[in-house]
Ligand binder design. Structure first.
Ligand code: AMP
Length: 114
């Protein structure tokens, strides 16, 4: 299925690529929710987290690695950051191409689990 992210991946829509390899790319979020808000996106068509299979585990791990490297690149590794992956309606997913949000550069509100 075509999405805004598959069009960016295919260079049909312009975007500033912060990272790109054969499997993953990263762009700045167009409506940032924090000073730093980056999206890490697999090139493979995967609509939601429900659609991953065992064969995607390395890809998912690489997305985390790229997020960590981008956090270091933008100098927020010590101040801290948050990774978010939304799934379907209640999760707040609006673009149905799997993506990981990297948020930081300021204190983030609404932490979970404490
Ligand atoms: P989600 O709600 O988890 O599906 O996140 C989708 C994100 O994509 C939102 O934070 C949007 O601001 C962002 N977004 C939508 N269109 C674009 C675009 N053309 N370039 C960059 N980010 C976008």
């Amino acid at each position: 299925m075509s999405t805004i992210f598959s069009k960016i991946r295919d260079k049909e829509i312009p975007a500033e690529f912060l990272y790109e390899d054969e499997e993953i790319f990263a762009i700045k979020d167009i409506m940032p929710q924090a000073n730093i808000h980056i999206l890490i996106i697999p090139k493979k068509d995967i609509p939601t987290l429900n659609d991953i299979t065992k064969s995607d585990t390395q890809l998912l791990g690489k997305m985390m690695l790229v997020a960590s490297q981008l956090a270091q690149h933008f100098g927020i590794q010590d101040s801290g950051y948050r990774l978010v992956m939304n799934c379907n309606g209640d999760g707040g997913q609006t673009v149905f191409q799997l993506h990981l949000h990297l948020l930081g550069g300021e204190p983030l509100r609404g932490s979970f689990g404490n």
